[in-house]
Design a protein around this ligand. Structure first.
Ligand SMILES: NC(=O)c1ccc[n+]([C@@H]2O[C@H](COP(=O)([O-])OP(=O)(O)OC[C@H]3O[C@@H](n4cnc5c(N)ncnc54)[C@H](OP(=O)(O)O)[C@@H]3O)[C@@H](O)[C@H]2O)c1
Length: 263
């Protein structure tokens, strides 16, 4: 129970990868702040699972793309727990369309939720972590920060900004005892992906598996395990890094095929 007595805040933790991260941190002893924006029900259900593990959990509705929302989220955390040890910036949103169809409103929306939120959440986190001798901040990025994915231009730019912020914060927060890193998952087997797969006649997931040297897709629990490791003492000398977790998907050069054994 390496996180016993620790308080963790995971943004966007009612469902998907954020939920898996919150559950993993709770399984390892942390009390949680579950944050949602639009979907209260899954957030309340996630909190119930955490309470069934005999950990504390509060549910806070807040839009992390809004500065007042961030202030409210951290004020609720401070009121309930009096401090913070782990911050995971997982929430993301975005206007997915080609560059020529992007609008300033979509840019602002995406950048504010995916990138600006890290900077201003980190300011609160520093205030709440410093009296406890430090803490950990982990952000969830995406390989779209440096690879060109369809309709991903603005989200990709926001993830590139998130990664740059991760490096700056890692250096500036090190004297405060705060370890800052990011995790960059490849294609993760979420409910959204399974739904997308059915829309595409069930071709998307098998093709992605065939292109993955590890022979399967990344699961939300894989990402959660990596986040937990980055928040552990064993990872304390990893600073400002963006750790890709994709089963090797990104590695083969064009023309190199992945030979998977017959199953
Ligand atoms: N899934 C993948 O294959 C994949 C790959 C690479 C990177 N990632 C990254 O992993 C993270 C999680 O992805 P996911 O697939 O689990 O996402 P998801 O299923 O789309 O869920 C997004 C989460 O973020 C929350 N959220 C959205 N806008 C928010 C806002 N303004 N304020 C607070 N919360 C907000 C949502 O809350 P509500 O439900 O309340 O709206 C939800 O919990 C993201 O950073 C994503 O970019 C995912």
């Amino acid at each position: 129970m390496q996180f016993e007595g620790k308080v963790a805040l995971v943004t966007g933790s009612g469902r998907g990868i954020g939920r898996a991260i919150a559950l993993r941190l709770a399984e390892e002893g942390a009390d949680l702040v579950i944050n949602f924006f639009r979907n209260r029900k899954p957030a309340e259900e996630t909190a119930e699972v955490i309470r069934s593990l005999k950990r504390r959990a509060i549910v806070v509705k807040a839009n992390v793309g809004d500065i007042d929302g961030i202030d409210a989220l951290f004020n609720a955390t401070e009121k309930e727990y009096g401090g913070l040890d782990i911050l995971v910036c997982n929430a993301a949103s975005g206007y997915n369309r080609p560059a020529l169809k992007q609008k300033p409103k979509g840019w602002d929306w995406t950048m504010n939720i995916n990138a600006r939120s890290l900077l201003f959440s980190a300011q609160h986190a520093a205030r709440l972590m410093q009296p406890r001798g430090g803490g950990h901040i982990v952000s969830i990025s995406s390989p779209g920060s440096f690879r060109v994915l369809p309709d991903y231009v603005v989200v990709g730019a926001s993830k590139a900004a998130l990664e740059a912020l991760t490096r700056y914060l890692a250096v500036e927060f090190s004297p405060l005892g705060i370890v800052v890193n990011a995790v960059s998952p490849g294609i993760v087997e979420t409910d959204a992906l399974k739904y997308f797969d059915t829309l595409k006649d069930g071709n998307v997931i098998p093709q992605a598996i065939a292109a993955t040297p590890a022979g399967r897709l990344v699961k939300p629990e894989d990402v959660a395990g990596l986040v937990a490791f980055l928040c552990s003492p064993d990872a304390s000398m990893i600073r400002g890094q963006i750790i890709i977790i994709d089963g090797g998907y990104i590695l083969p050069a064009q023309g190199v095929t992945v030979e998977l054994p017959e199953s």
